[in-house]
Write a protein that binds this ligand. Structure first.
Ligand code: GLY
Length: 376
């Protein structure tokens, strides 16, 4: 596929979107327009959406595109977003932070630091890593979320965390302090044992006893039901365990990434339009293009790591189908990928646009060109 010509269309579209959305941190696309979902963090009792888990991806897209084009307009977006997100560390907003500080500051500040060695960006990454490490329960897992309407969720851990822990490996690399990486590896081992089923499908939410660390049960989370296979969770698992392998050299993490990949590949429909859950009923046929983009990006790396061509073939087919059927390159509208879904049972977040879907789509296309900033 011609990734460069797609990226050129994306570059043109993003320039128009940046002009239209100055000072905003888009989260979703509704009817062709970005929306920052300012009410999205109310569940944590924080009347402000600034700590929303996807808020690093707009700057993240800008970092990827700056790395590829060198256009300073992109770096201005990164700098603006970093300054806006600094307010998450004020006493009123801090309770809205969660384990997704990796998703927030890796694509934003760590990616900038990799490019310009800005010290404040490095420190932003380290603050985020410190918050994430502070959520570690010494019984062996990282607590995902905070209290929600009386449900303390003290022992809840989710598969998405496997992406966040790359921030901890980075923090050890820049400080030489092994604590961050040790937490990451203990958490990855616990998640491997408890969140990945024998057949390679993945639980979204794994609950542990917060006093003993003993596995309690799973919760269906954003997938169809308990026992099912949320497609985005599968993609976080493939990608996250592969990253953990790259950071530690532990072969069991690579094997786990492949096991999850095999389950996903064997359940991808012939259309390559990815459902929200690999085990959802045929109707309604709700899709999630984010899962397609993340899976593609992860499989490109897995192909490089294992030398197995089939992973690259599936990745390229997923990207071709996104390009042909599920993308909008018009400069008159915001958002690239169509039909992204937050959760199977959600209402407002069905088959819309998500800024992080576009991030992983761009990341995968840049990987095909060997021009990608590798941050995870
Ligand atoms: N990290 C939350 C999600 O994938 O929706």
């Amino acid at each position: 596929m011609d990734a460069v010509s797609i990226l050129k269309k994306i570059d043109k579209k993003l320039m128009a979107s940046i002009r239209r959305n100055k000072g905003a941190i888009p989260a979703v696309t509704l009817n062709g327009h970005y929306d920052n979902r300012a009410d999205s963090n109310k569940e944590f009792g924080v009347d402000d959406g600034l700590c929303w888990w996807t808020n690093g991806f707009w700057g993240g897209i800008a970092n990827l595109m700056y790395f590829w084009t060198g256009n300073p307009v992109y770096m201005d977006v990164v700098k603006e977003d970093e300054e806006l997100l600094d307010r998450c560390y004020t006493p009123s907003l801090f309770p809205g932070l969660h384990h997704d500080t990796g998703f927030m500051w890796l694509p934003l500040s760590v990616a900038r630091y990799m490019q310009d060695k800005n010290e404040e960006s490095k420190n932003r990454g380290l603050m985020a890593a410190t918050v994430l490490a502070g959520r570690f329960n010494p019984e062996g897992f990282i607590r995902a979320w905070n209290d929600n309407n009386g449900n303390k969720r003290l022992g809840w851990s989710i598969i998405d965390s496997m992406m966040n822990i790359s921030l901890l490996y980075w923090a050890t690399a820049v400080t030489a302090d092994p604590r961050f990486a040790k937490i990451a590896t203990i958490h990855a081992s616990t998640t491997m044992k408890n969140a990945v089923r024998e057949d390679g499908s993945v639980r979204h939410i794994t609950e542990y006893d917060p006093q003993t660390g003993k596995y309690v049960c799973e919760h269906g989370g954003q997938g169809y039901a308990e026992g099912s296979a949320w497609t985005r969770g599968q993609s976080w698992g493939i990608y996250g365990f592969l990253n953990a392998y790259k950071h530690t050299g532990k072969k069991e993490f690579l094997d786990t990434s492949e096991k999850i990949a095999e389950f996903a590949i064997s359940h991808i429909p012939g259309s390559y339009h990815i459902p929200v859950d690999y085990l959802q009923p045929e109707e309604p046929a709700i899709e999630d293009s984010t899962a397609a983009a993340i899976t593609a990006s992860a499989l490109i790396d897995l192909a490089k790591e294992t030398g197995k061509k089939k992973y690259m073939e599936v990745a390229v087919r997923l990207l071709e189908v996104l390009d042909e059927d599920r993308s909008d390159y018009s400069a008159d509208t915001d958002g690239i990928l169509l039909k992204c879904t937050g959760s199977y049972h959600g209402t407002w977040d069905r088959e819309i646009g998500f800024v992080y879907a576009d991030y992983y789509y761009i990341e995968a296309l840049l990987k095909l060109e060997n021009k990608c900033l590798m941050i995870w």
